[in-house]
Structure formats: structure tokens, C-alpha cells
Ligand binder design. Structure first.
Ligand code: ADP
Ligand code: MG
Length: 238
């Protein structure tokens, strides 16, 4: 069996050298064709784990491997070049730029013609095509998240990482966003996603991680975690 497409292995570290460790021997992996979901309480280190995988943390220990290549020492920008698309939890769009300008900004590493990719993103998120000339900051929360995901897709990533893509949206919009994320996964792009809507996210997850205090607490298929009494009691509200 080949190793997972993305592995953040035994990641230990925090935000500053000499500062406290936030992650403790944390391991996250995503296979080809898979949706992996990270859930856990507020402050558990979910965003920190995503940033560590994306190269925004100086890890004291551990490694990150993408498609068989050790990328532990690469900058975030170089990881984008290697095929990582990352939508952070906050400040993930340019509010004063139009929707289309946001997508163009997403293509910053590309030197080829990206009009096909933009057309694909408009097919995936038709509302963005209607609003292409509108400032992204004027859009609804769910539409802004579509802009953020679209922006990340403009690099034609080999892997998409999403930190709380459904934060602050209604249940209906959440379902729609999850459907679009499944659509992206079906195009062959593995997804690593942090979600506070844990139950709904685990329902669409091939694999789930429960993080607690920067460490792996539970790992299993989405189904296994949803059926695990301890996970249900502690993290899914019974
Ligand atoms: N930029 C930062 N600098 C220092 N500490 C941070 C920073 N961001 C988050 N933390 C700390 O890291 C811990 C985990 O936070 P975070 O990864 O954001 O949790 P989660 O995403 O699971 O809610 C918290 O104790 C938080 O205070
Ligand atoms: Mg977070």
C-alpha cells in the first residue's frame, strides 16, 4: 500500500520558538480521493494543526509529507506551488476587491491562461458568476466562503485544506457548501477540513480526527466516530 497523499506526522510545536507547544505529537493524514475532517473543542489546536501542515509554524518535531515528498522545510508559498490549496479560518478573501479580482488573485502563482479554471469555478458556484463584478465584502457569509474556496481552487491544487468553511452560515447554506465540497472531492482533489459542525461534517467524512489540547484523541472513519459513545458524549452533544 502506498502512503497517504498528505501526512503531518508527529507534529509538535507552537507559535514562537521558546513559546509553549500547542501541538503535541499530532498526526493528520489524508488519502487520495478522501475527505478528512478535524473536529474538537474550541482552542483544541485545529487551526494550528492546519497552519502547521501549511508551513506557518516552526515545528520542533515532526514532518509534513505531500505526495511522497518531504516538504517540512518549505514556506507556505512553496507549498502552494507543490499543490496545496489552503482556505484559512479568517481573512480568507479581499473584501474590497470584486469576486473576479479575488479569483484572479488566487491564480497568483500561475503563468498560464487560467480562464478555464475560472469557468470551472463559476460552474461550481454559479452565484459567483452573477456577482463577479461585486465587491466580495458585500456578499453573504456563504457566498464569501464560496469566493474563498474558489480562490484556492484557482491554483489547481492537488489537495484542498479548509478551516471552518461553514462558520457562521445557516444550516441550509452549510448543506449546500458541503455538497460543493463533495463535488470538489469527486474531481479527485483530496480534502482536509476543520469543522465546528462536527456531526454533519463527520457524516461526509471518509476519515475523522478528534483533537483535544493539541493531541489526537480519537481517529476513525466518520461512521466510527459518529458511533463512538465517548465521542458522542463529549463532542457531539450525546
Ligand atoms: N497566532 C497565535 N499566537 C499564539 N497562540 C495562538 C495563536 N493562534 C492560536 N493560538 C493558541 O493556540 C491554541 C489553539 O488555538 P487554535 O488552533 O486556534 O484552536 P482551534 O482552531 O481548535 O479553535 C489556543 O490556546 C490559542 O490561544
Ligand atoms: Mg480554529
Amino acid at each position: 500500500m502506498s502512503e497517504p497523499f498528505l501526512i503531518g506526522q508527529n507534529m509538535t510545536g507552537g507559535y514562537s520558538k521558546g513559546g509553549p507547544d500547542i501541538l503535541h505529537n499530532c498526526t493528520i493524514s489524508v488519502d487520495r480521493g478522501e475527505i478528512a475532517v478535524i473536529v474538537g473543542p474550541n482552542g483544541a489546536g485545529k487551526s494550528t494543526a492546519m497552519k502547521a501542515v501549511f508551513g506557518m509554524l516552526d515545528l520542533r518535531e515532526g514532518s509534513v509529507t505531500l505526495d511522497g515528498e518531504d516538504i517540512t522545510s518549505l514556506s507556505p508559498q512553496d507549498r502552494v506551488v507543490k499543490g496545496m490549496g489552503f482556505v484559512p479560518q479568517t481573512s480568507n478573501i479581499f473584501p474590497s476587491l470584486t469576486v473576479e479580482e479575488n479569483l484572479e488573485m488566487g491564480a497568483f502563482i500561475r503563468t498560464d491562461d487560467f480562464s478555464d479554471t475560472m469557468a470551472q469555478i463559476y460552474d461550481l458556484f454559479p452565484i459567483l458568476k452573477d456577482k463577479r463584478s461585486q465587491a466580495a465584502g458585500e456578499l453573504s457569509g456563504g457566498q464569501r466562503q464560496q469566493v474563498a474556496v474558489g480562490r484556492a481552487l484557482m491554483t489547481k491544487p492537488k489537495l484542498l485544506m479548509l478551516d471552518e468553511p461553514t462558520a457562521g452560515v445557516s444550516p441550509i447554506v452549510m448543506d449546500e457548501l458541503f455538497d460543493r465540497i463533495i463535488d470538489v472531492a469527486r474531481t479527485g482533489i483530496p480534502i482536509l477540513m476543520v469543522e465546528q459542525n462536527a456531526r454533519q461534517a463527520l457524516e461526509i467524512a471518509d476519515k475523522g480526527y478528534v483533537l483535544v489540547q493539541g493531541a489526537n484523541a480519537h481517529t476513525g472513519s466518520g461512521k466510527e466516530l459518529l458511533a463512538n459513545p465517548e465521542v458522542r458524549q463529549s463532542f457531539l452533544g450525546g
